[in-house]
Ligand binder design. Structure first.
Ligand SMILES: Cc1ncc(COP(=O)(O)O)c(C=O)c1O
Length: 389
């Protein structure tokens, strides 16, 4: 069997750096207790790992107060905390059609069941939303703009800085779904005018699944929508008001936090420029290689500026699922087919009717050889399909 090639980094990063596996194993053996809840040594030490990670992530986002970095299960969880904690009956929210279901579904729920008004800004032929379109939709009751930083389907990086500037001018908070960008490109909340950022640990931060979080800029309030133990001030009858407790409930995922810490350290050591630089070079090679194949539809423009290394295509006349199966079974290449939890993107691309597309997602452990093999595999599948037609 040929070498296994992982091109599904849009879904999650795999493998993780060796340092992540080693640190998680060591951490859980030595410090796998409930963190910061008691005064014995390993409990305090485990608590320090949690707080150190909070601090490191706050710095990474250029935030100012580590207490405003709250851990959650993943970005879906963080985005739910944001949507349900910031919107109520009579409010208006704006989002886009490039979003993942982790933004679309909470907002749809609020629209359908909780009396929240909702607008979706469409993206253009190149895959970008226009900041001015947001401005046109601002209303006196607009309480939240929720926008994707980079698409998990077509890889386009949205102009969040300009959207954020317009939001600030109009006193509207902007929350950004940075699931696909954190660990690939800088997510500097100050520079990008972000008020809240939601992230997940298992993608480009190279941590395990089950950990993520949000950073909430000072001056922004998110109501708590759950309640429970926080490990401190147990006599208080209501859920605690102060961050991070306000948005954290129950025993945290310490093993996940430890893995996230090690992943973040790896990313910082490598440097975002190096990671994004390598992935973009490979994406360029992949895009050009696929574009040269007869019988392929590529959903990616020539210019890869403002793109992360995620690429969508179809072999003409072949169901995406079948292309994915051939890549898997005949070539040992892992990718993701279907709608990628972003149905409105496929609606816009016209790929909904053909059950979506085939997505390659490049990660920091991919090589030129992987990309060349993938191009050759797709070329052979396309040739086979042409002969069948
Ligand atoms: C853009 C985007 N938002 C949100 C998510 C949800 O991430 P998670 O499943 O870790 O909550 C993903 C995951 O694919 C994503 O790509």
């Amino acid at each position: 069997m040929s070498e296994f090639i992982y091109l599904d980094s849009g879904a999650t990063s795999y493998p993780k750096p060796e340092e992540v596996y080693t640190y998680m194993d060591e951490f859980y053996r030595k410090l796998g207790v409930n963190p910061g809840r008691s005064g014995y040594d390993i409990c305090m030490e485990a608590g320090e790992v949690v707080e150190d990670t909070r601090k490191a992530l706050t710095k990474f986002f250029n935030g100012t107060d580590p207490d405003r970095l709250c851990f959650s299960y993943n970005s879906t969880d963080a985005l739910n905390l944001i949507a349900f904690g910031m919107l109520e009956k009579g409010d208006h929210a704006i989002t886009t059609t490039i979003e993942h279901n982790s933004v679309l579904r909470p907002l749809y729920h609020l629209w359908k069941f909780n009396g929240v008004e909702l607008d979706h800004i469409p993206f253009d032929d190149k895959g970008f939303v226009d900041p001015d379109d947001f401005k046109k939709k601002f209303k006196p009751n607009t309480r939240l703009v929720m926008v994707n930083h980079a698409s998990n389907v077509i890889g386009t990086i949205q102009p969040v800085k300009e959207i954020g500037r317009l939001c600030r001018e109009n006193g509207i908070p902007m929350a950004v779904d940075a699931s696909q960008t954190v660990g690939k490109i800088p997510v500097d909340m100050e520079d990008l005018n972000m008020d809240v950022v939601a992230f997940t640990g298992h993608k480009s931060l190279l941590g395990p699944t089950g950990i993520g979080g949000l950073y909430v800029r000072e001056g922004i309030e998110i109501r708590h929508t759950r309640a429970g133990g926080t490990g401190v001030r147990s006599a208080v009858k209501t859920h605690l008001y102060e961050y991070p407790y306000r948005l954290e409930y129950g025993t945290p995922n310490t093993l996940g936090i430890a893995g996230l810490k090690a992943g973040l350290e790896w990313v910082e050591q490598k440097g975002l420029d190096n990671i994004h630089g390598l992935e973009t070079r490979l994406n360029r090679m992949l895009r050009d290689g696929l574009a040269a194949i007869e019988g392929i539809t590529l959903y990616c423009q020539e210019d890869l500026t403002d793109h992360i290394a995620v690429l969508l295509f179809n072999v003409d006349g072949m169901e995406a699922l079948n292309t994915g199966t051939l890549l898997d079974v005949d070539y040992n290449i892992a990718c993701r087919t279907g709608l990628h939890c972003a149905p409105l993107v496929h609606e816009r691309l016209g790929t909904s009717e053909i059950h979506g597309g085939v997505r390659f997602g490049i990660g920091p452990f991919n090589t030129e050889a992987h990309i060349q093999t993938a191009i050759k595999a797709v070329a052979e599948i396309a040739e086979m399909q042409r002969k069948r037609q």
